[in-house]
Design a protein around this ligand. Structure first.
Ligand SMILES: [Zn+2]
Length: 280
């Protein structure tokens, strides 16, 4: 699942490669596109974005935002992508073979294509006149890099549950999902199932520092490993997430695993002691 670091780098690549391009056409492939595309205006996607110019690309939390200047109307239009578990964008040449589960192809005036690939068909691409119309967008908490330590402490107060669950709530802070929550908690040496109410002020400060450093370092690593291949999700550099059984980089204890599939939690039982579940 793309989270803040991946989406930040995808944004940078798209700013370089597709801003100022005109969308010459949209091809919807199979039934998947009907599930993925949600128009929050009266228009159909194909008509609304044809001949529109991509003026800017932004990111907010786990949303990627295309700021469009339509060909015919004066008002702005936004394409807002929430890739969820498996949504990926890909830059490709028209003759390049399609990846399986390619649902949408935007042909650009640069001669390239911007494709949307989604193995799970769970992502959403909204067409909106106002960003506030996009589900879950208006309720987003602040960006991690915009939150001061003071504000972080204050924002944590209303939450009482397990700290991993708090970190991944987009209304608390936007952009952190399952993978980077594991990484941040490992860096902060906090057990993912510690209750927020059990954290000391020193531990909360450590968590804040870890959030900043883990995300910043991840952006640099993703930028280096992904390059312009934005459909990839390089995560080999991670310390604990999806590293079940491998040696903890800090203490060599085998990394523990709880949960399954997309809700896996990985942590080091030596570096991150505590938690309330028996046997951990
Ligand atoms: Zn360890």
């Amino acid at each position: 699942m793309p989270e803040l670091p991946e989406l930040e780098v995808i944004k940078e690549v798209l700013q370089r490669r597709v801003v100022d391009c005109t969308i010459e056409g949209v091809q919807a492939i199979g039934g998947g596109s009907a599930i993925i595309v949600r128009s929050l205006t009266q228009q159909r996607l194909e008509e609304a974005v044809s001949r529109a110019q991509i003026e800017a690309i932004g990111r907010r939390g786990k949303f990627l935002i295309f700021d469009l200047q339509p060909a015919v109307q004066d008002s702005r239009l936004y394409l807002v992508l929430n890739p969820k578990l498996a949504g990926r964008l890909q830059l490709a040449q028209p003759k390049e073979k399609r990846l399986p589960k390619t649902h949408l192809i935007f042909s650009l005036s640069s001669g390239e294509q911007l494709r949307y690939v989604d193995q799970r068909t769970m992502g959403q691409l909204y067409l909106a006149a106002h960003l506030a119309d996009v589900p879950e967008y208006a309720g987003l908490g602040p960006e991690p890099f915009d939150v001061s330590l003071e504000e972080f402490r204050e924002r944590l107060k209303p939450y009482r549950g397990e700290i991993k669950g708090v970190l991944t709530r987009s209304e608390f802070i936007a952009g952190i999902g399952n993978a980077y929550a594991d990484e941040i908690l490992w860096a902060a040496r906090l057990h993912p199932y510690r209750k927020r109410t059990s954290l000391t002020p020193e531990e909360i400060d450590r968590l804040y520092e870890a959030m900043q450093s883990v995300l910043r370092e991840a952006i640099d690593k993703v930028r280096l490993e992904m390059g312009d291949a934005i459909h990839l999700e390089p995560r080999d550099f991670m310390a604990v997430h999806m590293k079940s059984g491998q040696a903890c980089p800090r203490c060599s204890t085998p990394i523990s695993l709880v949960g399954a599939n997309q809700r896996v939690t990985n942590f080091c039982r030596t570096c991150q002691p505590g938690g309330l579940i028996k046997g951990m």
